[in-house]
Design a protein. Structure first.
Length: 230
């Protein structure tokens, strides 16, 4: 009996494109500026708070929402305007071709806002490659924002899409997100292309040649997905 095709859930930044050397630097600067303005801090204090909330909560926004009453919609719109974004987008051409040719349903699952994600996909020439974008705005559970790696959110997303966890493959650069997905029964892929020279993100300093037990496969490029799944 032929095995059903996987349903793919792709992270966006540092999975589909090299965000650390472009878009994420712009976003970090915009977040620091926002925090300094809204909380009346000097830029150095604002930058420390941005990093602290990111490390403690998994997303700067969660800390601002919980401790300062910052409205998520206002924060996301303000910090992701990024007028020069398209000039900072880079993607490997072979990865782009491999992604477009990959069989099966494909979704983007990102902690970024929808408008930003759609701009990035359009700028990368990938807007038509995905069935839908599941952005941070769609990650509220019982009134609270619960982005990746929250397992409750992922369980709700799969239920909405009528997907069984064992059919799904999460392709990610962030190990914490893969650990959570694996616990729910998804197969997980650690995309490492942009981590080898990455100075941004939770995997800085990670031993990239190891494969944690909750990772099904680690790959240096999206072209390798066919080896493991097709």
């Amino acid at each position: 009996m032929k095995r059903p095709r996987p349903v793919w859930l792709f992270d966006l930044d540092n999975t589909l494109h090299d965000a650390s050397n472009g878009a994420l630097r712009l976003i970090d600067e915009a977040m620091t500026t926002y925090i300094a303005r809204e909380l009346r801090l000097d830029p150095a204090e604002a930058d420390v708070l941005r990093l602290d909330y990111w490390r403690r909560h998994g997303a700067t926004l969660l800390g601002l929402e919980r401790h300062h009453g910052v409205r998520a919609a206002h924060f996301l719109e303000d910090t992701h305007r990024l007028p020069d974004l398209e000039a900072h987008l880079t993607v490997n051409a072979r990865d782009r071709a491999a992604l477009k040719a990959l069989p099966g349903r494909k979704f983007v699952l990102t902690n970024a806002p929808a408008a930003y994600a759609k701009r990035v996909l359009t700028g990368l020439g990938l807007a038509g490659a995905f069935e839908a974008v599941i952005s941070i705005e769609r990650m509220r559970c019982f009134g609270r924002l619960r982005p990746k790696p929250d397992g409750r959110m992922l369980r709700i997303v799969l239920a909405r899409l009528k997907l069984r966890p064992e059919r799904c493959v999460l392709v990610e650069d962030t190990l914490a997100h893969q650990r959570s997905a694996h616990a729910l029964g998804l197969r997980t892929v650690w995309m490492q292309r942009y981590l080898w020279r990455n100075a941004h993100g939770p995997e800085v300093g990670a031993r990239l040649r190891r494969k944690p037990v909750y990772v099904y496969a680690r790959i240096p490029s999206l072209q390798k997905l066919r080896i493991h799944f097709c």
